[in-house]
Ligand binder design. Structure first.
Ligand code: NAD
Ligand code: DAU
Length: 379
């Protein structure tokens, strides 16, 4: 039996990863650590926490005493560190929180793992490590900065982050690699492109657009909408991380992405068209609409659901132009390839949101309304 310590387990990708582990590795145990910030929701993990294979602990990755206690009580073999402040726009408002969580929090976990996993010292003074352990840092393609119209990020692309968020993630990568080089700690890093799928918090582009469409609200697109992101279905990311944790080489960085570049404006148009199509084929789905206009035949109209909802708003400060991942290394070494096409993944995602409006209402009941007013001025 292996024990995973998954941090940030109540967030978007962390929760998908926990579900993936509990499903794929029946003999293994998952200890989940999450502070339950605005982005974390315990309801997301309903059914995953049983106190045996799935154990939940509320706490801060930056808490030294708590981290030591978790290593003492559960002796994890793997640490998979998802916990982070993850939203670029919020990092522009409050950079310091991002540095505290993403850099110092990661360093605190690395230190706790070091205290727990070191078994002695070799003849040169380097620590020796408990066999089979691994600290995995979940990173992002944003650490590489931005691309022009051509080219891809590879693992040797120099780090050149622009936002406080991406700078803090680059800092976390560098301290992880410093533990590899200084203490020979067994670490790995994945740098993934934009994820989408179930349990994505509705401050991020795709779930925010879905939520606004259902409410009949304007759809805010930054700048001229031509910035490009490389989208990957979240389960494909989870599988990539787990392959790296179990089979990747110690000390290596792996880029994860599925060659699925799209302009933001095209993403927004696709989401409008897909919701419209699903609600045309299955009128029963219209029951979740908050904008309720009669269609004259006893049903609810969707005539208003057009590209006219799109509103161009002030651009994000320092907005990175384009991200695109070259995933050749993880494919060549570990055989990873994405299995969900964007065409399938976006329909699955939209269907999930249409049928999980209770989840959206729950996560948007906290500071979400104030955040929305602040960011978008009520639009
Ligand atoms: P998220 O914001 O949905 O979830 C983050 C989770 O971390 C939340 O549950 C939150 O409560 C928790 N958390 C925050 N501060 C904490 C602390 N101090 N201690 C313990 N828990 C804390 O983020 P996400 O989109 O799921 O991203 C997860 C990780 O993946 C992040 O490290 C992010 O940088 C990385 N990543 C995300 C994407 C993406 O497209 N979303 C792509 C590549 C990499
Ligand atoms: O590339 C990986 C990164 O992807 C992760 O490291 C981050 O944690 C994750 O949040 C995501 O960052 P982005 O900034 O790319 O994601 P976001 O959903 O915030 O924005 C996607 C694009 O859409 C970006 O170009 C900004 C734009 N956008 C976003 C919002 C929220 C809009 O045009 N309007 C919006 O309202």
């Amino acid at each position: 039996m292996k024990t995973y310590l998954v941090t940030g387990a109540a967030g978007f990708i962390g929760s998908n990863y926990v579900k993936f582990l509990l499903r794929e590795h029946e003999a293994d145990r998952v200890v989940m650590l999450d502070l339950l910030t605005y982005a974390g929701n315990l309801g997301t993990l309903e059914g995953d926490i049983d106190g045996q294979r799935g154990i939940f602990i509320r706490g801060d990755i930056g808490d030294r005493e708590l981290a030591d206690r978790i290593f003492r009580d559960y002796a994890p073999d793997y640490v998979v560190n998802f916990a982070a402040e993850s939203h670029v726009d919020r990092s522009i408002d409050n950079p310091q929180l991002f540095l505290a969580t993403n850099i110092l929090g990661t360093q605190n976990l690395l230190d706790a793992a070091r205290r727990a996993w070191v078994t002695g010292t070799d003849a040169s003074g380097y620590p020796t490590w408990r066999p089979g352990v691994r600290f995995h840092q979940v990173s992002t393609d944003e650490v590489y900065g931005a691309l022009g119209d051509e080219g891809y990020f590879t693992e040797t692309t120099p780090l050149a982050p622009h936002s406080p968020y991406s700078a803090s993630k680059a800092g976390a990568d560098l301290i992880t690699l410093a533990y590899r080089d200084t203490y020979r700690m067994p670490v790995s890093i994945t740098r993934c492109s934009n994820n989408y799928g179930p349990y994505h918090f509705p401050e991020k582009l795709i779930p925010l657009i879905i939520k606004n469409i259902l409410e009949g609200r304007p759809l805010p697109v930054y700048g001229d909408g031509s910035n490009v992101r490389d989208w990957l279905y979240v389960e494909d990311h989870c599988r990539a991380i787990d392959l790296v944790v179990r089979k990747g080489r110690d000390g290596e960085v792996y880029n994860v992405g599925g060659h699925n570049e799209r302009r933001n404006i095209d993403i927004v148009r696709t989401v409008i068209a897909t919701i419209r199509r699903l609600m045309t084929e299955e009128p029963g789905l219209r029951s979740v609409l908050k904008r309720r206009e009669p269609d004259g035949r006893g049903g609810i109209s969707i005539d208003w659901m057009t590209d006219e909802l799109i509103t161009f708003v002030r651009d994000r400060l320092g907005h990175d132009r384009r991200y695109a991942i070259d995933p050749s290394k993880i494919h060549a070494e570990l055989g990873w390839l994405p299995t969900t096409t964007f065409e399938d993944g976006i329909v699955r995602t939209i269907r999930w949101y249409l049928t999980h409006q209770d989840w959206v209402e729950q996560v948007a009941s906290g500071d979400y309304q104030q955040y929305y007013e602040r960011m978008y001025g009520g639009r």
